[in-house]
Design a protein around this ligand. Structure first.
Ligand code: BGO
Length: 380
């Protein structure tokens, strides 16, 4: 049946997402993927939109959008995640080389409401000055912090759920990361809603940037009774994890210490990891990655695997960037053939399969490191 057919308070398990383009990708990134539980918060007959709860968030969808999501009623129904989504060392060099200077450029990224502003204010308030500057239409705040003999330029980028291309904020964040090449990225995540927040982290991992996770709202996680071995989580994801309670300024100094260690290459946890999409998708990524490398390589030192992944997902910004590059102009066509082949093989679009894989990667990492507390049921 369709999601729009569930009544208020009814729960369901998602089996498939139909539709195409931006809408489908967007809701998949919000967590509407195969196997996830969803609950109807408010569904009044003939009224739009309908409100749902998924992965600890309330999301409103228009009725005709909810009709594109297939569900099985009930939350007992479990769809097992493929077990092969493991990490492996990446063969690619990170976007940024190890630093040896005394100035560190750090970008702050995270979901809205993860506590990014609180963290930025605490970090800057304790130090020297805060300035504002503008992007094209979007503001990013900057501050300079002096810590242990280093000058840390901290830029607060707009809050986003994903780093794709569907909102100006997302594109702004992506461009600032790929072109601005900060030395270190601090990814602020809401510890009380890890599964959803770590989706953005998987995208950062794919960009091959040096990431540190600020495990914010750690107080909320502790209050819920959940237990998390955050050191192990960091090892699995190749990103150091530092618990913080930004509103109280807790953990900020540890975070800055870790920034210096990652920048200097002395951190033992930080390493590039690869999200494994499974044999069939990996073969398509390999075709595109090799195609990019054979034709002069990725522009501006971008990671070729990242571009291959984006091409396979049908990312319009990456597709048009490569089309305008004579050496790489054939790649979007090749990606189209690979996408068709994958759609036949999986019975669903490549971007669905890949969003599934990212959530599988997160689920695998959390299964090994976290014991959920109360209120966990609605996030399953
Ligand atoms: C309100 N722990 C807890 N418990 N809360 C935190 C933490 C933390 O570590 N860090 C931030 N918050 P932003 P974005 C609020 O504003 O920094 C809280 O969007 C309220 N406001 O105080 O704005 C923080 O920049 C009324 O909460 O996040 C803020 O990423 C009642 O998380 C919220 C309760 O933080 C978002 C909270 C009128």
């Amino acid at each position: 049946m369709r999601l729009s057919e569930l009544a208020t308070s009814q729960k369901g398990t998602i089996t498939r997402v139909h539709g195409s383009g931006a809408f489908r990708k967007r809701i998949m990134e919000m967590g509407f993927v195969r196997g996830k539980n969803v609950e109807v918060i408010r569904n009044a007959p003939l009224l739009d939109p309908v409100e749902y709860r998924i992965m600890g968030y309330n999301v409103s969808l228009r009725r005709k959008e909810a009709w594109l999501v297939e569900v099985i009623p009930g939350e007992e129904y479990r769809i097992e995640t493929e077990p092969y989504f493991t990490t492996g060392n990446s063969v690619q060099t990170p976007l940024n080389s190890i630093g040896n200077g005394k100035t560190i450029n750090v970008a702050l990224v995270g979901n809205p409401n993860s506590g990014k502003t609180s963290l930025f204010n605490q970090a800057s308030g304790a130090h020297e000055r805060t300035g504002n500057y503008s992007g094209v239409t979007i503001d990013a705040r900057e501050t300079t912090i002096h810590h242990k003999g280093f000058r840390i330029n901290l830029t607060d980028l707009p809050g986003t759920y994903s780093i794709t291309e569907y909102t100006p904020e997302e594109l702004f964040v992506r461009t600032r990361l790929l072109e601005g090449k900060p030395d270190v990225v601090i990814n602020v995540v809401d510890a009380s809603n890890l599964e959803r927040n770590l989706y953005l982290t998987t995208q950062l991992i794919e960009m091959n940037v040096r990431v540190i996770i600020a495990l914010n709202m750690y107080d909320e996680l502790q209050k819920s009774g959940a237990r998390l071995n955050y050191d192990d989580l960091g090892s699995l994801m190749g990103t150091p994890v530092v618990p913080t309670v930004a509103v109280r300024g807790r953990g900020i100094i540890d975070l800055l210490n870790r920034v210096i260690e990652v920048f200097s290459g002395t951190d033992t946890v930080a390493r590039p990891v690869r999200i494994n999409y499974g044999k069939t998708v990996e073969a398509s990524i390999e075709v595109l990655d090799t195609g990019i490398k054979k034709n002069g390589g990725a522009p501006d030192g971008m990671p070729s695997r990242y571009l291959a992944v984006k091409l396979l997902e049908g990312d319009r910004a990456v597709t048009s960037m490569l089309r305008s590059n004579p050496a790489l102009a054939s790649l979007p066509g090749l990606a189209g053939s690979e996408r068709s082949m994958l759609a036949k093989s999986f019975g669903e679009e490549a971007d669905s399969v890949m969003a599934d894989a990212r959530y599988g990667f997160i689920a695998g990492a959390l299964a090994e490191t976290m014991t959920p507390g109360k209120n966990a049921a609605d996030r399953a």
